[in-house]
Write a protein that binds this ligand. Structure first.
Ligand code: NAP
Ligand code: G4F
Length: 433
């Protein structure tokens, strides 16, 4: 209204200026000023309309691997993204720093709110404040081995946390508006009852993590059936990337490899080398999460590549990328991975330095029973036919592409570390594995 008045008085001013024929320049300047003002009003309107038609997504677990990729993906699709982040004593936004703009900048479509999956009042408030069209519940204590050490906390976060989100949406009367994606897992199949695993394969969880996720799976189904909510489970098989948590086996291997290649570490200790996993790339898998919520009806989907690989084989494939052929000898805890051959050209072209510190027969991989789990999942292989047919989803990355990306990224990080170390800087050495 104020702007309209400005416009009207502006025109009067021009009219009188021109009428008196005293200052034509002044009139033209006034026209220019009004045109500029009108452009600003149009821009403001565009922004307001933009906010109204923009979808809003709320992602719990924003600082994790999947949260980071999903946020980037949804921002590219034109969403406004709210990320839920728990309070930490050190900064832990490395994975999303490139998406963060200063909150004082006007045009940011990405923002954080503090929230913890163990605090329902907190979750109710953030859902009320943000009014999301879609919630992606990715927050979890996601490490299977750690869940044996912290079973109650894992149940609270991964199991009850999901209930808290569903119940918040219901209590706030948002069941018609808000769709919910629940990050379910192939760990539910555990001691597999069928090969490959589909949406119909019975569950047999083998860890406190998997049991907590079992509750989350069924409470999601229950809220869908009981209250007609658009609540879905994506039963995702293992998915990895260069930003995968450093203590999951794939990243532990590619990081260890990079440190060994550059002389920063001598050996890599692993646990159960016999386990087999259906590994995909996280970038492919987060796209499936989005597709699950774009369907006409809520449903549950298995998301997998359909190819399974032993941990031992992952090790071999990764080291081959830098020209080292690993041979496994011995059994059980005595098993070792030794250097069988080295392709010097391949090593030097990928790593950037010659393998002067490495020799044939040298032990690079050893087994440490510390990493064994009281009960492990030996074989996972998924059948994603339903997702392929109904969502039109298909992975783009092969396992070799994934390994390639992870190895190169970890080599780059290790090179930086080596450079800093050699230049006399103190580099962080994490002993957590
Ligand atoms: P991730 O890297 O471990 O990330 C987990 C996220 O949850 C982090 O942002 C973490 O915050 C947050 N979180 C943990 N406890 C929380 C709490 N009490 N309150 C609030 N936030 C909390 O896991 P991911 O690989 O991205 O996996 C995403 C989800 O998919 C998880 O639910 C996982 O269980 C599930 N899933 C993963 C896979 C896979 O292969 N990656 C497969 C199937 C299912 P901090 O950064 O502060 O720790
Ligand atoms: O890489 P992992 O720790 O992943 P795990 O247990 O399969 O769980 C991951 O995938 C699940 C989906 O199926 C997610 F739901 C879950 O949140 C997480 O993202 O271990 C993979 C296998 C296991 O059998 C483990 O015993 O690798 C074996 N392994 C052998 N040595 C090791 C190690 N695992 C780890 N973390 N560290 C080792 O040194």
């Amino acid at each position: 209204m104020q702007n309209a008045n400005h416009g009207f008085f502006g025109f009067l001013k021009i009219f009188f200026a021109l009428d008196r024929k005293t200052d034509l320049d002044q009139g033209l300047r006034e026209i220019e000023r009004i045109t500029m003002r009108s452009r600003k009003i149009v821009l403001k309107m565009n922004k307001t309309v933009g906010c109204i038609i923009m979808k809003t997504a709320l992602i719990s677990g924003i600082t994790g691997q999947d949260g980071a990729y999903l946020a980037e993906f949804l921002l590219q699709k034109g969403y406004f993204v709210w990320g839920l982040k728990r309070r930490t004593s050190l900064f832990n936004t490395d994975r999303i720093d490139h998406l963060i703009k200063d909150v004082h900048e006007s045009n940011t479509h990405f923002n954080f709110l503090y929230a913890d999956m163990t605090d329902s009042t907190n979750l109710i408030r953030v859902i009320q404040d943000t009014q999301p069209d879609e919630i992606y519940n990715l927050a979890a204590q996601s490490h299977v081995k750690v869940s044996f050490d912290t079973p109650e906390y894992t149940a609270n976060t991964d199991g009850l946390g999901t209930l808290r989100i569903l119940e918040a949406v219901r209590l706030l009367g948002m069941t018609e508006k808000t769709k919910i994606y629940q990050a379910s897992t192939s760990e539910l199949f555990g001691q597999v009852q069928e090969v490959p695993q589909t949406e119909k394969t019975p569950f047999y969880p083998r860890s406190p993590y998997a049991v907590a996720k079992l509750y989350a799976y069924w409470i999601t189904v229950n809220y869908r059936e009981a209250y007609g909510m658009f609540a879905c489970n994506g039963v995702l098989f293992n998915h990895e990337s260069p930003i995968r948590g450093e203590t999951f086996v794939t990243r532990k291997i590619t990081r260890g490899l990079a440190h060994i290649a550059l002389g920063l570490q001598k050996k890599l200790y692993l646990g159960n080398l016999n386990a087999k996993r259906d590994w995909g790339h996280a970038k492919d898998f987060i796209e499936a999460m989005y597709l699950v919520l774009q369907q006409n009806k809520p449903d549950d989907y298995v998301i997998a590549t359909g190819i399974t690989t032993e941990i031992r084989e992952f090790v071999r494939k990764a080291f081959i990328r830098i020209g080292i052929n690993i041979k496994f000898i011995g059994n059980d805890v005595e098993e070792k991975g030794i250097i069988d051959t080295i392709d010097l050209n391949q090593f030097e072209s990928v790593v950037g330095v010659p393998p002067a510190h490495l020799s044939i027969g040298q032990v690079l991989i050893a087994v440490d029973p510390t990493y064994f789990r009281p009960t492990d999942v030996n074989l996972l292989i998924g059948d994603a036919t339903k997702a392929r047919k109904q969502l039109g989803w298909q992975p783009k990355y092969s396992l070799d592409d994934l390994i390639d990306e992870m190895v190169l990224s970890d080599l780059e990080q290790a090179s930086r570390k080596k450079y800093l170390k050699e230049s006399g800087f103190i580099v962080r050495q994490s002993l957590e594995e």
